[in-house]
Write a protein that binds this ligand. Sequence first.
Ligand SMILES: C[S@@+](CC[C@H](N)C(=O)[O-])C[C@H]1O[C@@H](n2cnc3c(N)ncnc32)[C@H](O)[C@@H]1O
Length: 320
Amino acid sequence: MELLECGDEKKVIKYVDLFCGIGGFRLAVNQVSEGYNFKSICVFSSDIDGDAQTVYRENFGDLPEGDITKIPAEMIPHHHLLLAGFPCQPFSICGDLKGFEDTRGTLFFDIARILESKKPYTFVLENVKQLLVHQQGQTLNVIIKSLQKLGYYVNHKILNALDFGLPQKRERIFIVGCLDPIPFIWPNSTRPFKPLQEILETQVSSSYYASEQIRKNRLAKYEGKFYNEPTIWHENKAGHISAYPYSCAMRAGASYNYLLVNGERRLTEREMLRLQGFPDSFKLVGSYSASRKLVGNSVAIPCVSAVIRSLFDAVEKFKP
Ligand SMILES: C[S@@+](CC[C@H](N)C(=O)[O-])C[C@H]1O[C@@H](n2cnc3c(N)ncnc32)[C@H](O)[C@@H]1O
């Protein structure tokens, strides 16, 4: 199996964590690897954001490298698995695809040039679900063709964190590739999701509570069904308010009162992390607004873990 190397004691899987943020992918691989009885080693990580680098170092001990566009592929160590939740800013890819060079100027290009140079056996990419329809599907098409031209068998699917045990509706596209035609099967839903009650803290400082004015305003605009508490109230772009016994996707750039617990207060940092499936041992450092951005940008850990588990199963089953 090309995914693994025999180390001194245990089999070893080496991986790189690109656009690593606070390390959601790393947590997921580490959790999954334990179940497989092999050692996973992160040999390289990179993120341009100083706040993300600080939190990553606090939790994993490594300081990620910076801007990936400035890092030559030769500087990146050999690895078996490449992980990248690349930024979701809209990007346009034009022209007939002659090769991934046509994606130059996008951060996907940097993923592709590293894949071309290092040829890891397998990869997992993640992005917002809108990638599926961006430029009528053209952008995704170009990405998949580029990956195929590099020799990878590629699968993609939209998965929702709600289906993997978290009370957060977070739909993301996952793209999985392998140099062999492994029998990859997307993971099944593990509903029901955890009740919000288990995520919410009981003692919350008054500083998290929205002003009386904001609370009245939310109540005035609310027209939906009243569920038994707790609920998360969500304001959409048009200003409509809805409430559900789960959270809508946390977003890095959303307004301060975009999500309110019971229409009254903002989520605490710990609650945000729990909504993404991070363990309570995970440490966040920095301001509240930096934490909102970092956690909103991160991944739903059980969802990523399920994808990685399916990938490892498929690699193990593959008989050349
Ligand atoms: C969607 S987030 C990924 C978050 C990550 N998966 C996690 O679990 O936290 C994208 C990340 O790409 C980083 N980024 C953007 N441009 C970059 C660049 N040129 N080089 C390295 N990282 C970059 C951002 O700072 C952000 O943390």
